[in-house]
Write a protein that binds this ligand. Structure first.
Ligand code: A3P
Length: 284
């Protein structure tokens, strides 16, 4: 069996996606006004937000993140398990997606559902993805780092091009139902990010709640949380002896991977592809 399926021109890991699951997400899934989506390009802080969002809803009570695995507490819409986990779930449903804006469920566009879009420096997402491909047997061998950079720039990686993902979501900035957060701002100022999230979601968070959420969602605490660190996934699928899923949790790790020539090449393609988008992050 091939490790990927192709859907609308992009690759999706076939272990957890099928044509049927992707078609269900697009055509059949009924979005409700109370739904809240986490939307990300892979390796940009999805798992992190899957920790944070349930804690915002529980107002800092740790029970959901200590008792429910992340893929159940904020299930992926487009995965094979999405339909069973989400269709009959009471509102408010917290839902994860890696889909670009234009492939969201058809019922999404006329709904009041909210979306928290987390973005990350693409060079760091690339590095994270490279290591992930090396430890996950259900993903293709990434080849050399040089080869992987090329594949990433061409969008021949899971969920397609980083650039296309951003270009599909970013122009919607300013819509009331959409909040953009960056991985880097969450690292620098989690309390500030939590205040933004609370306001966006209409959830009043006390100082104690903010404190509890910020603490629980720290990298080291999540790494210890079996409900969030993927330690239940068999070693044949994810070999966490090679790399932990929660690997480093820093920004700027690309600097210890990219050569000067690779940086220059990446930056020139970045400048070309992002021209005119008015997207303020990650130049240089
Ligand atoms: P690294 O491989 O650079 O460490 P996703 O969940 O979208 O797949 O993204 C995974 C990346 O987010 C990994 O990056 C992971 O370590 C990082 N991450 C997850 N939780 C984090 C946290 N609490 N703080 C910082 N980074 C975190």
């Amino acid at each position: 069996m091939s490790l990927n399926i192709v859907y609308e021109g992009s690759l999706y890991p076939s272990l957890v996606h099928s044509e049927e699951s992707l078609r269900f997400a697009r055509e059949e899934f009924q979005v409700r006004d109370e739904d809240v989506f986490i939307a990300t390009y892979p390796k940009s802080g999805t798992t992190w937000m899957q920790e944070i969002l349930p804690l915002v809803y529980s107002k800092g009570d740790l029970t959901p993140v200590q008792t429910i695995p992340n893929w159940q507490r904020v299930p992926w819409l487009e995965q094979k398990s999405g339909k069973a986990l989400l269709e009959n779930r009471p509102s408010p449903r917290l839902i994860t997606t890696h889909l670009p804006y234009h492939l969201m469920p058809k019922s999404f566009y006329t709904s009041k559902a909210k979306v928290v879009y987390v973005t990350r420096n693409p060079k760091d997402a690339l590095v994270s993805s490279f290591h992930y491909h090396n430890m996950a047997s259900f993903l293709e061998n990434p080849g050399t780092f040089e080869e992987f950079i090329q594949r990433f720039l061409e969008g021949k990686v899971m969920f397609g091009s980083w650039f296309d993902h951003i270009k599909s979501w970013w122009p919607r900035k300013g819509q009331d139902n959409l909040l953009f957060l960056t991985y880097e701002e969450m690292l620098q100022d989690m309390r500030g990010a939590l205040v933004k999230l609370g306001e966006f979601l209409g959830k009043q968070l006390s100082d104690d709640a903010i404190e509890a959420i910020a603490k629980q969602s720290k990298f080291d605490n999540m790494k210890r949380n079996d409900m969030s660190n993927y330690s239940f996934v068999p070693e044949e699928l994810m070999d966490q002896k090679k790399n932990n899923f929660l690997r480093k949790g820093i920004s700027g790790d690309w600097k210890s991977h990219f050569t000067a020539a690779q940086t220059e090449h990446f930056n020139s393609i970045y400048a070309e592809k992002m021209k005119g988008l008015n997207f303020p992050f990650y130049e240089g």
